[in-house]
Design a protein around this ligand. Sequence first.
Ligand code: GAP
Length: 480
Amino acid sequence: MKMKKKILDILKRRGIVYPSFEIYGGASGFYDYGPIGSRIKHNIENLIREYYVIWEGCFEVECPTLSPEKVWIASGHVKNFTDMLTECLKCGESYRADHLVEEHLGISCEGKSIDELYELIRGNEIHCPKCNGTLDRVYHYNLMFKTEVGHPGKIWYLRPETAQSTYLAFKRLWEIGRKQLPMGVLQIGRSFRNEISPRQGMIRLREFNQAEIQFFVEPEKKFSERFHEVSNIKAKMVTKDEKEVVTSLADALRRGIIKIEMIAYFLGRSIQLFEEMGIKRDSLKLRQHKDEERAFYSSDTWDIEFVSENLGRIELVGISDRTDYDLRAHMNLSGEDMTVNYEGKKFIPHVIEVAYGIDRPFYCVLESCLVEEKERTYMKFPRRIAPYLAAVFPLVNKDGIPEKSRGVFELLRKNRVYTLYDQSGSIGRRYARADEIGIPFCITIDYDTLEDNTVTIRDRDTKEQKRVKIDEVVDYIVKV
Ligand code: GAP
């Protein structure tokens, strides 16, 4: 079985992730996180939260996902947040014109205009992949979902990024933060993009999760006091003029490959963060956006990509210098003064943004942690990511063993340990199920437990089993 199929199979069978609206035929670009998936997703989000709130001293905010049209006019999204679309004149199916041409001709379409793309489609006789019909002219298609709130005719949009809602409250946060720079603000939440025929499962969703951090900084001070903590990290890097180098972040900065120290710093922190999630460092690549590919609000962007065995390059995080573009834009349209008086200077702060997706790292964690052995498949999740730390199994469902097992389960729960109770099927099958969802410890209660108050604890990775006293179980699995 191919890895991708194997992962998809485990995702569905074990209730990790599955298509939304399934009983009505489903819809591409929408997925449910099931009971196991939700636990893993929260763990990923909590790792990010911990990094930025504890380590970087960021505030965390939560803002609405819907916002009035003015927000998106000011931000430039109404005008610029578009993809290039072509439709089949026969069956009506829509396609991203650049993707279609790239698939057919094997060339890069970055920076191509709508006219150039249409010429390539016509000149190379590219037809509708579904019905072979003729494709229409290429046009700009806005990716935001539009709706109305209250009065008919009042246009609102679902946010395509969390960032804007953070910017809107800048002045309030500035006061709350006692007027200090840099000031970091994290927001974890849903974003929405009306992606054209998304076909890559969880990688391109129409409703997805982001964890975005906005660092408000002095325009001339895009440094980090703690860069030395990550400066020796080595990585593969691809610059905007396609030069490939493998070097340390310190060397990249020295040689001007990466120009902004704060960007280099957060590239380093993000590599550490992804490693902590279980993603292997050597499957990551740093890539600078080319001028024609960079978002309209950014003066420099670096991504970290995961090189997937199944799905090719997957962008996990984008780190951008957004300058004062957004605050200035909102100041101009709303009339709210976004300038600050800081250390004797008056200016609009610049923003360094660290924008993580959650769903893509989620998939990449699964791909990285999947281990296939001769007689079993398991997820080698780091403990912080595993959906449960332990599973409790009564060996049999009689002779007082279920009652004793419930006691162990309660003990773990009282100690705030996420624990699964599983009493059905043979012990072998229960181990297999726990392995597939990456539970680090399985605790079996048997006849000896009734005699001497000890249980068997099996380690997921080594399969080693140890006898441990019940009152030492919590310490054992938390500390080992
Ligand atoms: N605020 C900046 C911003 O939104 P982005 O590169 O468009 O930048 C940031 O998005 C991250 O969000 C990406 O690196 C990716 O992980 C995730 N992301 C973007 N579009 C997505 C989609 N359609 N489905 C799933 N994740 C997506």
